[in-house]
Design a protein around this ligand. Sequence first.
Ligand SMILES: Nc1ncnc2c1ncn2[C@@H]1O[C@H](COP(=O)(O)OP(=O)(O)OP(=O)(O)O)[C@@H](O)[C@H]1O
Ligand SMILES: [Mg+2]
Length: 307
Amino acid sequence: MIDKQPIVRFTDVSVTFGFFEALKHVDLSFYRGEILAVVGDNGAGKSTLLKVLAGLYQPDSAGGIEHNGIPCTINGIQDSRALGIASVFQDQEFCDNLDVTANLFLGHEKRDDFRRLDVHTMEDEARRVLAQVSSPIGLRKPISTLTKGQSQMLSIARTLLDDPEMILLDEPTASLSVMQTAEVLSYIKKLRSNGKSIVFICNTLPDVFAISDRIVVLRHGRINGMHQTHDTSYEQIIAEIAGVDNAAGVLSTLHNGRKGVDNTGAGTLPTQRFDDQKRLIDRQDSPATESTYMQKGGTIKDADNAM
Ligand SMILES: Nc1ncnc2c1ncn2[C@@H]1O[C@H](COP(=O)(O)OP(=O)(O)OP(=O)(O)O)[C@@H](O)[C@H]1O
Ligand SMILES: [Mg+2]
């Protein structure tokens, strides 16, 4: 259920690097219980938008940011955390030689009164956050044994330690397999059902259409389209990403075999891929994960994955 009062509202937000405007006059609101997908071509300003929310970039002076209706500035990660905004940027680093719990608390370890590591408290907390993304990962498993999907989930779970209201995800499914993607998308849906606001950069349109509530299209730093997901189509979104009135030309180029360039899903049977992705995510919504799915019918065995 989407709240009418936004958690965060951008008004006329622009970001300039030297003479280059990476974001131009962006008006955008972010709501609780909503998955907002941000799409756009390379260099469209998607990561810049997220970095403004995360406090890594500041808008030019004309722009304003409100949090729960109150004007604010976000001058760094500490500020965004204090506002309940957590971010997962691409290529999060983990320590391969440490287990799941140790990686979740890396740099924020809990200690008892004698400054010893408080493993019990950390494991209790780890269980709590992993339950929010419904993952049956063993807490003491070495991180090196996790699948890519599980590692991505762990990056997301790590943000939940601060109990944020809003979670920013920069291409969380990039470079994941179909099953891993379905697993991560199901975690994201679970976060929405826990009332979080999710801002999710993704250029794989089947993934965007499978889980988002709203889609914003950026082009050359401007908002070139904003839609409720159920009110729009692949063709419309592709046209807005490409900056054309009609996506037919773009689609036919994709259909004509620019293999490896099309990550929109539009070049290859969009409806079919959308339905397939939805089916996979629905299957992931039952407690099954990539690993349990593989145990049931697949080829990869990961039998000791469950807690
Ligand atoms: N720190 C920076 N200094 C100078 N230019 C920057 C900086 N960060 C981003 N840009 C430029 O701003 C534009 C938008 O970058 P941004 O990273 O937001 O794009 P994006 O939509 O996330 O693209 P991609 O899909 O490639 O990740 C790009 O032209 C980029 O080169
Ligand atoms: Mg980016």
